[in-house]
Design a protein around this ligand. Structure first.
Ligand SMILES: *[C@@H]1O[C@H](CO)[C@@H](O)[C@H](O)[C@H]1NC(C)=O
Ligand SMILES: *[C@@H]1O[C@H](CO)[C@@H](O)[C@H](O)[C@H]1NC(C)=O
Ligand SMILES: *[C@@H]1O[C@H](CO)[C@@H](O)[C@H](O)[C@H]1NC(C)=O
Length: 160
C-alpha cells in the first residue's frame, strides 16, 4: 500500500488533477515530509469537542468506519458518536439499519437528526476507499449531495 501511494502521488497527471506541486519542487513527494514539524502528542487529541462545535453550528457531520477496521474498531467510534448525540440531546431519528449500494448492503447507519450520522462500510478495512472503493464513493457522494444513504436497493437497481 505504501509503495502504491508514493507511486500514485508522484504521477504528474495525478499531481495536476489535485493542483498539487505547482511550483515543481526539486524533491519527490513522500509521506510525512520532514519539512513539517509534527507533534507526537497531536494524534491523541480528543476531537469530540471539535465535532460538537461543528454540529452546533449546523454543519452536518458523518463519521464512518470500515466494519473490518482493526486499527480503529467501529464499536468504539459508534459508542463515542452515540455519547456525543446523547450529550447534544439528539434523538435517534433513523435506528441502526442497513444502507444499500448497487443492490447490496453497503453498510449500516444510524442518524441523529439531520446533523449527525454514524455509518459503517461493509467489508472495509482501515483505509475505507482502498478496501471498498465503490461503497466509499457511494457514501461520500451521498454526503456531498446532502442526501441520505439509500435504505432500499430499488433506486440503484433502476439507475443501473
Ligand atoms: C514536483 O514535480 C516535479 C516535476 O515537475 C517532480 O520532479 C517532483 O518530484 C515533484 N515533487 C513533489 C514533492 O511532488
Ligand atoms: C518542533 O516543535 C517542537 C515543539 O513544538 C520544538 O521543541 C522543536 O524545536 C521543533 N523542531 C524543529 C526542527 O523546528
Ligand atoms: C427509508 O427512508 C425513507 C425516507 O428517506 C422513509 O420514509 C422510509 O420509512 C424508510 N424505510 C425504512 C424501511 O426504513
Amino acid at each position: 500500500m505504501s509503495f502504491e501511494r508514493s507511486l500514485y502521488f508522484n504521477l504528474p497527471e495525478v499531481q495536476k488533477a489535485l493542483h498539487a506541486n505547482r511550483t515543481n519542487l526539486p524533491y519527490k513527494w513522500s509521506m510525512c515530509s520532514p519539512v513539517l514539524n509534527y507533534s507526537e502528542t497531536d494524534p491523541k487529541i480528543n476531537i469530540l469537542p471539535i465535532l460538537k462545535r461543528i454540529v452546533k453550528n449546523h454543519i452536518p457531520v458523518w463519521v464512518l468506519s470500515g466494519d473490518q477496521d482493526s486499527v480503529v474498531p467501529l464499536l468504539g467510534s459508534r459508542t463515542l458518536i452515540r455519547e456525543l448525540a446523547h450529550e447534544l440531546q439528539y434523538k435517534v431519528t433513523v435506528p441502526y439499519g442497513a444502507w444499500f449500494h448497487k443492490g447490496q448492503v453497503g453498510g449500516w447507519v444510524t442518524e441523529y437528526g439531520n446533523l449527525l450520522t454514524f455509518a459503517t462500510v461493509r467489508g472495509a478495512a482501515h483505509m475505507v476507499p482502498y478496501a471498498q472503493p465503490s461503497r466509499a464513493l457511494g457514501l461520500f457522494s451521498a454526503f456531498v449531495r446532502g442526501s441520505r444513504l439509500p435504505n432500499t436497493t430499488r433506486p440503484s437497481l433502476m439507475n443501473n
